[in-house]
Write a protein of this length. Structure first.
Length: 106
């Protein structure tokens, strides 16, 4: 059984094509593996950054609540001070009017 020259050349070309295809598939597979590795690293980094941002948001919420409580307290202090002043003024007018009524020439 003899193999013709052209058959041998076609067989070698098929083998070369298959070898090139396998080489390109391995090369592409390595690129995909590297891409997956980088993507996983970025995903882990973004999860870490999201957790860090969430912690900062929680901290800011606590600070905002503390600030709101402080503002409410200061407002109530100011309101109490104003009420005390108004009461003292009314008391002074009352006592002054009483004294004026009792001692008109004073």
């Amino acid at each position: 059984m003899e193999i013709g020259k052209d058959t041998l050349i076609l067989f070698i070309l098929c083998l070369l094509y298959a070898a090139g295809d396998i080489y390109r598939a391995n090369k592409t597979h390595k690129k995909i593996d590297e891409f997956i590795t980088h993507t996983e690293a970025y995903a882990m980094g973004s999860v870490w950054a999201a957790n860090k941002l969430q912690a900062r948001v929680d901290s800011l919420k606590l600070e905002t609540q503390a600030l709101a409580k402080t503002v409410i307290y200061l407002d109530s202090c100011q309101q109490a001070k104003t009420q005390k002043g108004e009461r003292a003024e009314r008391r002074g007018k009352f006592v002054g009017g009483l004294l004026k009524g009792l001692f008109p020439g004073m």
